[in-house]
Write a new protein. Structure first.
Lengths: 301, 349, 287
């Protein structure tokens, strides 16, 4: 399907997503301009994230660290379509290189969240009882927590602000939403006759979960997953803008926006170009999720 | 039963004011109705109602019988102008006392619903708002249509609940839908449908979700109410046995078409369409213990891929080459029609 | 039906009770408010026999079906299947025992996993009980089962949504037959189907019985259907069996007032058909 599912953690989801009627949803998806657009954006961004050097070099100045303070804050010129940042580095190649960390955080966070949500959602929804009680109350605790403050506090205690650590902190505060959805989805599937049929045949819990419950319960979560990638990318940018997320020399869109905050009144491009990419990425993922939801809804198929 | 106080007699609403209105015309007459889901991306046009015609007069019960996909519910919904999204009426008319509802605008149609034509659905639970006491839900009907003030409306509501034989109506009016059993809930829905004294009551599978004993009670209630109010009752059902006792006239639908239409006693004893006959034979009957049931091969057709000619042809044991042309409507007897080329062989055996 | 002497009991139920707490409260104390779904049921199913179980919604007949197929555990009482106490079995023994007693569901739209192919659905029991059919024979066995229930083996690669209700019910029956059970518990297997399709499935059950020698518990709310398939009938109400008897006993000489009420209110074509010839099965009347 798309990059969303190319993440290794989402592989279990991809096998669940694709079967419906052999090629029904995919074919109907390909006829929607919205899907084609969003899938194109997402694929392109992933390609950029995978090989930024190739794209950055298009205008002849691919190295984001080749800077010349003489050009600090200069506007677009030939070979430098976005102009220069405050350090005199090529802004275009910086934005291109920033894709990797921004997208990386989006995908990693969402992957961790998704796996957590599927595992905990299944435990709570399928087995119920005390386990459900514990997981549900834990979710309530997180829901009752001011998320932004929580993330700032946890990140402040970290000495390393790498892609991994920021992702984990973001995941720590975003798992309850998907888990709650997975849990309620599992709850409805759990009592359906075909699950009862498998139990009555003597199938073990693992088999029932993997063969019947997860494939049939995951659709709403999978759809939200794509949308949440967009959300996470924004969240990373916000955290970094506040100074608690990634830090230079990392190059994410958030880092660029953070640097831009003191100068953007004079050099609008510093704010404009990273935000443009950020918005495009978020739009791409959200629209993609939207299309997936339509494709999964049998009434709209 | 003494006539209880009424909100008001069937008021000269907008419908009666129309020039086409004719009090002597049938209460409901559906003529050559055609309803489609137009072709959409990846879907071909499905004709769900394909030239259906029937009529029912005041004080009469018409049963519309058919399997899933026969278009019976869709026909019923068209009569109230509540088609599902995407469906469109292609041709035909639905006349209430001579006024074609399909030509009315939505505003006028809204005054027809409830006042002239009312509907009872299969699932009483979704027809009622779960967070409002039933008495108030019924009272609202009066208020919305400007028939009564708050006090009077509440009184009428209790009165209606009493009329559908809900014991202790005054107390029950304050209860919420979930506090009623399935059968009682269906009574509440019937009370609501009768609130504005409609001339036509359409009941779409009103007893399918109910237990056998309750089903009998609801059918009896509908019959009594019909007698009291001289209702034209349209009973939509999938089961010939259920409507056997109450139907004056039966229209059998198959694949969107009325294939046979006959007075009740006539249809059961002298079916003139192989589909009717097969349906009758497939119903398990008392005293036929231990014998295999007569079966009809196959399943009802996909409305997007109808057979050419007679729709029943692929499943019909009588099918011959001539059945590839659409059968005309044959007059079998008084008010008895069959759309089968070979109806004589069906009745003759 | 066949006049075979149904002597040996294959299923014996003694004083079966199932209670569950009202609502879903994991920490609810025992002794809180409980609902009694099955309340002291005794019944016996003999070899090759069809026992009809009739009752209205809430009478506990589906709860009983879930107990008999070990989907749920009884609160108390005994279930003896082929001489072994089903309610006492655990783990591997229970799993082996399940082969003997299988369940057919009411709703053909929820009883099949929509994401699996027909082949995978019918084959699943063979994967769970690997000792029944060697893996190499699975494909042939599934084809055989599909044919047995009147479906084409060519349909094996399709998914449930491509089938009509009656065909789906046949798939469910093929799945239930995969392990060659001696007992089939059918929980309202035809009530969700169209009348013309109902008859096909009812006849299929009858044919399977004479072909495979299966004993049935046939649950229904429709007295007319049960009359057609059953040898004996048990009438259930509020968790209890109020009357048991042969078909003739129940229909011609009902003793319990509730049975009488059920019979009186069951819709019947007979009065409307008065005088009409009895149909010959298979359309001889048309040929």
């Amino acid at each position: 399907m798309t990059s969303l599912l190319s993440a290794p953690e989402a592989a279990s989801a991809s096998s669940a997503l694709e079967p419906v009627p052999a090629n029904g949803p995919l074919r109907s998806l390909l006829r929607r301009p919205r899907f084609v657009f969003s899938a194109f954006v997402v694929v392109l961004l992933c390609a950029v994230a995978a090989g930024p050097g190739f794209f950055a070099g298009w205008f002849g100045h691919g190295d984001p660290h080749a800077c010349d303070l003489d050009h600090s804050g200069h506007g677009p010129t030939a070979g430098h379509p976005f102009g220069y940042d405050i350090q005199g580095c090529d802004l275009y190649s910086n934005v291109i290189h920033g894709t990797r960390d921004s997208l990386g955080i989006g995908l990693l966070t969402t992957a961790v969240t998704l796996v957590t949500a599927v595992v905990l959602g299944c435990l709570a929804g399928y087995f119920g009882g005390l386990l459900d009680l514990l997981i549900s109350r834990l979710m309530d605790v997180f829901f009752g927590f001011p998320v932004l403050i929580g993330m700032i506090v946890v990140l402040e205690t970290f000495s390393v602000h790498s892609v991994t650590s920021v992702s984990l902190v973001l995941a720590l505060f975003s798992w309850p939403v998907l888990t709650r959805i997975m849990r309620s989805s599992v709850l409805t599937v759990r009592d359906l006759d075909y699950v009862v049929a498998a139990r009555e045949l003597g199938a073990g819990h693992l088999r029932i979960l993997v063969r019947h419950v997860i494939p049939n319960a995951i659709a709403p979560v999978a759809v939200l997953t794509s949308m949440s990638i967009g959300g996470v990318i924004t969240a990373e940018a916000s955290l970094t803008f506040l100074g608690v997320g990634l830090r230079a020399p990392a190059v994410s869109w958030g880092v660029q926006l953070n640097t831009a905050q003191q100068y953007f009144t004079d050099h609008l491009g510093l704010l404009l170009f990273p935000s443009l990419f950020l918005s495009l990425a978020v739009l791409g993922f959200v629209l993609l999720g939207d299309c997936l939801r339509d494709a999964f809804d049998p009434r709209l198929r | 039963m003494t006539p209880s106080p009424r909100p008001s007699p069937p008021s000269p609403g907008p419908l009666t004011a129309l020039p086409a209105y004719d009090a002597d015309a049938p209460a409901l007459a559906v003529d050559d109705l055609r309803v489609e889901f137009p072709a959409a991306r990846g879907r071909r046009t499905s004709t769900v109602v394909d030239g259906a015609s029937f009529q029912v007069t005041a004080g009469q019960t018409l049963a519309v019988v058919g399997e899933s996909g026969s278009g019976k519910s869709m026909t019923a919904r068209t009569a109230l102008g509540i088609l599902p999204a995407g469906a469109a009426v292609r041709s035909g008319s639905v006349r209430v006392h001579g006024v074609d509802l399909l030509t009315l605008d939505e505003r006028r149609l809204r005054t027809v619903r409830g006042r002239h034509v009312a509907m009872v659905f299969q699932d009483a639970l979704v027809a009622l708002n779960p967070v409002i006491p039933v008495g108030r839900q019924i009272a609202e009907v009066f208020q919305v249509h400007g028939r009564a003030g708050r006090r009077a409306a509440a009184r009428h509501a209790v009165d209606l609940l009493d009329r559908v034989r809900i014991p202790d109506a005054a107390r029950r009016a304050g209860h919420y839908p979930h506090q009623f059993s399935g059968g009682m809930r269906q009574r509440v829905v019937i009370a609501m449908a009768l609130a504005l004294t409609p001339q036509v009551l359409i009941a779409d599978e009103p007893t399918t979700a109910l237990d056998v004993t309750v089903q009998a009670q609801i059918l009896a209630l509908l019959q009594e109410l019909q007698d009291e109010h001289r209702l034209a009752l349209v009973l939509v059902s999938h089961d010939l046995a259920v409507v056997a006792q109450s139907a004056d006239h039966v229209a059998v639908m198959y694949a969107g078409q009325v294939v046979e239409s006959a007075p009740g006693y006539e249809l059961y004893r002298r079916p003139a369409h192989p589909y009717t006959r097969a349906l009758l034979d497939a119903v398990p009957r008392r005293g036929r213990r231990g014998h295999p049931l007569a079966t009809l091969p196959g399943a009802p057709p996909d409305p997007a891929r109808p057979a050419d000619g007679c729709r029943f042809r692929p499943r019909c044991p009588l099918a011959r080459a001539q059945c590839a042309t659409p059968p005309p409507v044959h007059n079998v007897g008084a008010q008895h029609t069959s759309s089968c080329h070979r109806w004589q062989e069906v009745t003759g055996s | 039906m066949t006049a075979e002497p149904h002597s040996t009991p294959v299923l014996d139920v003694r004083d079966l009770v199932k209670r569950h707490p009202a609502g879903n409260r994991p920490l609810a104390r025992r002794g809180g408010h409980q609902i009694t779904a099955v309340d002291g049921v005794d019944l016996t199913l003999r070899h090759g026999e069809t026992l009809g179980l009739v009752g209205e919604s809430g009478s506990g007949k589906s709860s009983l079906a879930r107990l008999l197929t070990a989907v749920d555990r009884p609160t108390s009482g005994e279930i003896t299947v082929l001489g072994r106490r089903l309610d006492l079995l655990r783990g591997r023994r229970l799993r082996e025992m399940r082969r003997n007693i299988q369940l057919v569901f009411q709703d053909p739209y929820t009883s099949l996993d929509p994401r699996m192919t027909v082949y995978d659905i019918v084959r699943e029991p063979l994967l769970i009980h690997r000792e029944v059919t060697p893996r190499a024979d699975h494909r042939a066995r599934v084809a055989e089962l599909l044919e047995l229930v009147g479906l084409s083996p060519d349909h094996a690669s399709r998914r449930p949504h491509e089938f009509s209700g009656g065909q789906r019910q046949r798939i469910g029956i093929a799945r239930a037959l995969a392990l060659q059970p001696g007992i089939l518990v059918c929980d309202e297997p035809v009530s969700a189907l169209d009348v013309s399709v109902q008859a096909q499935i009812v006849n299929l059950f009858t044919a399977l019985r004479s072909e495979l020698g299966i004993s049935y518990i046939f649950i229904a709310h429709d007295l007319a259907v049960v009359e057609h398939v059953a040898d004996r009938i048990a009438v259930m109400r509020r968790g209890r069996i109020v009357e048991t008897g042969t078909v003739a006993d129940i229909y011609d000489r009902p003793q319990h007032p509730y049975t009488q009420e059920l019979l009186a209110s069951s819709p019947d074509l007979e009065p409307a058909l008065r005088g009409r010839a009895v149909p010959d099965p298979g359309y001889e009347w048309l040929r």
